[in-house]
Design a protein around this ligand. Structure first.
Ligand code: ADP
Ligand code: MG
Length: 256
């Protein structure tokens, strides 16, 4: 793993997929209380993929998200991020991988109160030995990307929910992660702010970012290029779709 500094280079041709999930299971509890939250999930995500993971409450979405984000470990099966087998890493290596390769966006924003938007966005860079001036420069660029260049010195409580979530997206982006993982990112937002955040994700996808979006809302999932549906800890559907804000379909000039 390389540390610290600039954006990760794009892998060479034939580079491993961003995510390679192989027959992952997750069992909670034991005896009568055993819950099979994931029953054997396999999934490959290539660079630039934009996936919505859908499913009813209790279907295993958060369990899968926690494993993809290296916040939890599977009971069985293996999981590779950019070709690195996560199961082979110790806690410190795992923390580094999480910091460098994965950007998280949560439903509840999870910004640090009484810290400016800029300071919040700089935070993930504090662990990578990046100089203060570079941290500032990259945080400002990330805030600019989410349309908040004029709000850098505001604390979270001086920002609307939608603006706070955009700060959270900037914070997730600032390390140039291989994967952006968003768990119900619009779940606490009004219609307008939801549209703003989805537009940002769409643009990031157009720029080649790899995004996993967990949602139970059909109109949110419409933005993704690929929809994966979980039922009782199993993938029951995995399909590609034309994203809603993608280029308009080519009009046929043939026929009446
Ligand atoms: P979703 O996010 O789709 O609602 P979860 O991944 O949270 O689903 O949960 C999947 C199943 O695993 C549910 O039956 C849930 O009750 C169970 N579960 C989740 N976390 C735990 C835990 N820490 N201990 C025991 N059971 C859990
Ligand atoms: Mg959940």
């Amino acid at each position: 793993m390389t540390l610290p500094g600039g954006p990760l280079p794009d892998g060479p041709a034939g580079a491993p997929p961003v995510l390679d999930v192989r027959q992952v299971t997750k069992v909670y509890g034991d005896g009568d209380a055993t819950v099979h939250a994931l029953r054997g999930v396999s999934l490959i995500l290539e660079r630039g993929d934009y996936v919505a993971i859908m499913g009813a409450s209790g279907s295993g979405k958060s369990t899968l998200m926690n494993i993809l984000g290296c916040l939890d470990v599977p009971s069985a099966g293996s999981y590779l991020v950019d070709g690195t087998d996560v199961g082979s890493l110790d806690d410190r290596q795992l923390a580094v991988l999480r910091n460098r390769k994965i950007g998280f966006v949560f439903q509840s924003f999870n910004l640090i109160p009484r810290m400016s938007a800029l300071a919040n966005v700089e935070l993930p860079l504090a662990y990578g030995g990046v100089s203060a001036s570079t941290r500032r420069e990259r945080a400002l660029a990330a805030l600019d990307q989410v349309g908040l260049a004029d709000r850098t010195h505001h604390d979270p409580n001086e920002l609307s929910g939608g603006q706070q979530q955009r700060v959270a997206v900037a914070r997730a982006l600032v390390t140039a992660p291989s994967l952006l993982l968003a768990d119900e990112p619009t779940g606490n937002l009004d219609t307008k702010s939801t549209a703003d955040v989805l537009q940002i994700l769409d643009r990031l996808s157009d720029m080649g970012r790899t995004i996993v979006l967990i949602t139970h809302e059909d109109d949110v999932a419409l933005h993704a290029k690929r929809v994966i549906r979980l039922v009782d800890g199993l993938i029951v559907e995995d399909r590609r779709q034309a994203p809603v804000d993608g280029p308009p379909p080519r009009l046929s000039r043939v026929g009446p």
